[in-house]
Ligand binder design. Structure first.
Ligand SMILES: NC(=O)c1ccc[n+]([C@@H]2O[C@H](COP(=O)([O-])OP(=O)(O)OC[C@H]3O[C@@H](n4cnc5c(N)ncnc54)[C@H](OP(=O)(O)O)[C@@H]3O)[C@@H](O)[C@H]2O)c1
Length: 253
């Protein structure tokens, strides 16, 4: 099968490309660096010639409202139109668990618009919603930092390893289009503030995490259901303390 991975140089994309190549598929890692820009449309039609499956694990370079909206609507529209013209038989899109509950955030309004475009396109689709990546915990801390204080709520989250996200996406890419949204998540739930405390401690980062129920997460005040998956989510194996120990020398969870 020819499988084009849009965002194939990114965190998830590079892992998806490796997994599918190991399985013997004809995989193309597409991104602006390889001349494929879904936002402008440059190179998109050419890379999709002969493609059976398109995997979209690209991300907006900016999380700000307007550029994120522009990216996820324009780039997804371009990709779907080109996919339809090329006769692509499966479009796999990576999204975020809770996107529909996080609509106070411009980024998540853009992700919801992306999901709608995918679901309404004539190209058969599967949407994989994943929870927060372990690799993203540091960015969560940074986005909630003021001086040496990190202000976060204790709302529950159920993060997962990027390797497990990539495995779920790759599995989906070689299966039949589900024509629906499926969820994948990590094996354990943590209060968000404790998760970030553990990460900072493991990295010898001296910032102090203050628990604040009203502290916004990328613009959204959370409750225990905002970030957690439903009962049908497929749970991945990698546990956060083990991942942290393997990825950070001084890990202490
Ligand atoms: N972070 C989380 O915890 C989380 C959780 C669930 C789902 N997600 C979703 O996972 C997806 C992938 O995230 P990630 O962290 O793997 O992203 P990432 O590492 O930032 O990689 C983004 C990829 O998109 C490519 N890209 C950027 N602009 C492009 C354009 N105009 N045309 C084509 N490709 C373009 C980049 O190419 P260059 O390398 O050339 O810039 C890169 O390959 C996102 O859609 C995100 O919403 C994230």
């Amino acid at each position: 099968m020819k499988i084009v991975v849009i965002g194939g140089t990114g965190l998830i994309g590079s892992k998806v490309v490796a997994l599918l190549a190991e399985q013997g598929h004809d995989v193309v890692a597409a991104s602006p660096a390889s001349g494929v820009d879904t936002l402008t449309g440059a190179g998109v039609a050419a890379v999709l010639v002969g493609a059976d499956v398109v995997v979209d694990v690209s991300n907006s370079p900016s999380f700000e409202d307007a550029p994120a909206w522009d990216f996820f609507t324009t780039a997804t529209g371009n990709l779907l139109a080109a996919g339809q013209a090329a006769g692509v038989s499966h479009n796999v899109t990576l999204s975020v668990v809770g996107t529909d509950r996080l609509q106070a955030s411009g980024y998540f309004r853009a992700k919801a618009a992306q999901e709608r475009l995918v679901a309404e396109s004539p190209v058969p689709f599967s949407i994989v919603r994943a929870t927060q990546f372990f690799e993203f915990v540091g960015r969560m801390a940074d986005s909630a930092t003021d001086g040496d204080t990190v202000r976060l709520s204790s709302a529950r989250c159920q993060p997962m390893a990027a390797d497990d996200v990539a495995a779920a996406v790759a599995r989906t890419a070689v299966g039949e289009p589900s024509r629906t949204i499926g969820e994948v998540a990590g094996p354990d739930r943590f209060p968000l503030d404790d998760l970030v405390r553990a990460e900072l401690r493991a990295r010898n980062d001296s910032r102090r995490v203050v628990t604040d129920a009203q502290a916004p997460y990328f613009g959204v005040v959370l409750d225990d259901h905002s970030l957690t998956p439903g009962p049908d989510a497929v749970l991945a194996a990698t546990r956060y303390p083990n991942w942290l120990a393997a990825n950070v020398a001084a890990a202490a969870f």
